[in-house]
Design a protein around this ligand. Structure first.
Ligand code: CMP
Length: 143
């Protein structure tokens, strides 16, 4: 098993409800290292670019409105098998279908306002991390 990284976004609904700390704690307890974490408002342009793959979906406008409503936390996570392990901990897209113990079950509201985003593959994780953080900010520590 290799150590890898994935991108988490703690979405506006969870930040507004003051759940960012509780979500970061769930991640740390589950063995993830938080290697970068920045609170930032997403501009329309940045949100549209990040979710460009969903542009043709009927919910795209709603998704961009939501993600730009108030600040998010953009988080880089590291551990063995990070992409799959984080997807497991995150839970199903629709919090009503998420299993007990998952972040979306505990903190999500509905399919649109579902507390967190997670990369769906190691390749997309690299792209998504690079979308928010310059390489210098997430460089592995030598030694
Ligand atoms: P996320 O992992 O951030 O990636 C795309 C997002 O689109 C997804 O989480 C959901 O929050 C959102 N999404 C998916 N399906 C719907 C839907 N039917 N209505 C509104 N938002 C949706």
């Amino acid at each position: 098993m290799t150590v890898e990284r994935t991108l988490c976004i703690i979405k506006p609904d969870a930040v507004e409800k003051k759940r960012a700390g509780a979500i970061l704690q769930m991640l740390e307890v589950a063995g993830f290292d938080v290697v970068a974490c920045e609170r930032m408002p997403l501009s329309r342009k940045v949100a549209e670019g990040f979710y460009a793959v969903h542009k043709a979906r009927p919910f795209f406008g709603e998704l961009v409105e939501f993600m730009t409503r108030s600040p998010v936390f953009v988080v880089v996570l590291e551990r063995e098998d990070a992409v799959a392990k984080y997807r497991e901990l995150m839970g199903a897209t629709d919090p009503a279908k998420a299993t007990e113990g998952t972040i979306r079950k505990a903190h999500g509201g509905n399919v649109g306002e579902n507390a967190v985003h997670g990369s769906d593959s190691a390749e997309n994780a690299r792209v998504e991390i690079g979308y928010f953080f310059p390489a210098s900010k997430v460089a592995p520590v030598a030694g």
